[in-house]
Design a protein around this ligand. Structure first.
Ligand code: XMP
Length: 520
């Protein structure tokens, strides 16, 4: 395999952890270029002078099951600093004469580590504190310190929570510094990059933009690409990125599924066709979608039906346009994790995001997914770099399957119309009260239960509307937003009084996990 030969980098060797991309993200945040490679593919001959540091990721493996992984151990003999994280820590220990065993005390969650000695890796980490909280997720642990290593920090259950061989610049941490739960975890990564690997900043959102444009041009050559544009942040950024990369070879297809937010169609056409002058094909497939979804209640079936129909429509239009080879989508990294399509990941499938797991097995178009290793806030920054307006960039996320997954149970035109109105009132109220940008995502959903109410002395028997508003960093975890009573009361009154079909409003106060952001 060939590694990039233009920029100094941290090479991340992936052993299948669901946090590997989070390591890359932390490194990007620190202004440094990194490349992720699979442990199975990278060989010592591939390591070039641009590799200034190596990080061995975590993973679901056991170091003694050598038939399950392959790692060219010469890679760590290049006199380049190495940081092993979790499984990476264990393999680094084993390769240096240490031992690893299945721990009596499996540790999942927060643990306290305390300092045993000073180290370049932990500079300014403990500050005046004796202990800091770190996030552990392991069953195995190092049981015998490797030769010429010292213990930098320990926890109650992990004697070798941080170890080092200062001469060789080898460092191992049993916990995950890349997750936000680890107190000051980014400091560990920053110490490794700047103090130990002596790197200088070489990466910014502008560089990211240029690299992505270059990668897209390389992937699609002079072939035509259609782009699934929904008007949401991700697909808008992809459309604009491809517009910059390949101009008129790009054909954006906007499908009205009948499951969009109120006025969405008009807004998308105004922005993309009129303002950004992108080739835009507008398809009204409302009837087709509703027909296919008739009497379907199962959430996964809804997602699969919608995903399949989208592709059918794209293929239909690709044929009309002629010579189209690629379909571009705004898939992000969290979508891949939750649909369990990251190579080597052991995560279980939560739901089939329509632009990932909801795709049919056989497709004549090849996928272009330039954002698939980025997180939402990074995509927003990229959008600004691409001159998209703040209005588009700061919109709340909207899922591909649209209102279908905000309406548990059967989907009918009547329910869609009611839901569109309720959602519109809610979002408008958030904007009017300057709350919209404090909230990561908010929406109204319509629950498939009717309850009894009383209006003007008359009995009503109507649907239940659920409001959800959450704060989040990247959609992977979320907390519900705490509204003032006056606001939530005002919006509840507005919805019940203005919309026929709803006589009760509830507010969802669950976080993610245990719930997800969407209902289905
Ligand atoms: P969940 O419900 O999985 O949602 O907690 C996390 C984030 O992903 C969005 N979402 C989707 N986006 N296609 C998308 O493009 C999908 O199928 C899909 N399902 C969920 C959701 O709105 C939230 O922002």
């Amino acid at each position: 395999m060939s590694l990039d030969k233009t920029l100094n980098k941290i090479l991340i060797i992936d052993f299948g952890s669901q946090f590997t991309q989070l390591i890359a993200r932390r490194i990007r945040e620190l202004g440094i270029f990194s490349e992720i490679v699979s442990h199975k593919k990278i060989k010592n001959k591939d390591i070039n002078d641009y590799v200034k540091g190596i990080i061995l990721s975590g993973g679901p493996l056991n170091v003694y099951e050598i038939n399950k992984y392959s790692f060219d151990k010469k890679i760590i003999e290049n006199q380049v600093p190495v940081l092993g994280i979790c499984f990476g820590h264990q393999i680094l220990s084993k390769l240096n004469g240490g031992k690893v065993k299945n721990s009596k005390h499996r540790e999942f969650g927060l643990a306290n580590i305390y300092k045993k000695k000073e180290s370049d890796l932990t500079k300014n980490l403990f500050k005046k504190k004796k202990t800091i909280k770190v996030w552990m997720s392991h069953a195995d642990q190092v049981s015998k310190l490797p030769q010429n290593f010292n213990v930098v920090a320990s926890s109650k259950n992990s004697k070798f929570a941080i170890i080092e061989n200062k001469t060789k610049k080898f460092y191992g941490v049993q916990f995950h510094p890349e997750v936000t739960h680890t107190e000051n975890g980014k400091k560990i990564i920053s110490n490794f990059i700047f103090n130990i690997c002596s790197m200088k900043k070489n990466w910014s959102s502008k560089d990211q933009r240029q690299k992505l444009i270059k990668d897209v041009r390389y992937q699609v050559g002079n072939k035509k690409v259609i782009c699934a544009l929904s008007g949401g942040v991700d697909s808008s950024v992809v459309a604009q990125l491809l517009n910059k990369a390949i101009g008129k070879k790009l054909y954006c297809i906007f499908v009205n599924t009948g499951l969009l937010r109120k006025n969405e169609e008009k807004q998308v056409i105004k922005t993309f066709k009129k303002k950004l002058k992108i080739n835009l094909i507008h398809v009204n497939a409302e009837k087709e979608f509703l027909k296919k979804l008739r009497n379907v209640s199962d959430p996964e079936r809804k997602r699969k039906i919608i995903g399949n129909l989208f592709i059918k429509i794209f293929e239909r239009y690709a044929k009309k346009i002629k010579d189209v080879k690629f379909l571009a989508q705004g898939t992000l990294y969290p979508d891949l994790i939750e649909s369990k399509s990251v190579t080597g990941s052991q995560t279980s499938k939560i739901k089939s995001h329509h632009n990932v797991g909801g795709l049919p097995k056989k497709m004549s178009l090849k996928l272009v997914e330039p954002l698939k290793f980025l997180f939402k806030d990074e995509v927003r920054k990229l959008g600004l770099e691409l001159n998209l307006s703040k209005e588009i960039i700061s919109r709340h996320p909207f899922p591909g399957p649209g209102l279908a997954i905000r309406m548990p149970g059967k989907i009918t035109k009547e329910k869609i119309d009611i839901l569109k109105e309720a959602d519109n009132y809610f979002i408008q109220a958030l904007k009017d009260h300057n709350l919209y940008h404090k909230i990561w995502q908010a929406y109204a959903a319509l629950l498939p239960v009717k309850t009894v109410g009383v209006m003007g002395d008359n009995r009503t028997y109507e649907y239940l509307c659920l409001l959800r508003a959450i704060t989040s960093e990247d959609g992977m975890t979320a907390d519900f937003y705490e509204f003032k009573k006056t606001f939530i009361q005002e919006i509840s009154n507005k919805i019940v009084n203005s919309i026929r079909g709803i006589n009760r409003v509830v507010y969802d106060i669950t976080s993610k996990p245990p719930s997800t952001i969407e209902l289905e």
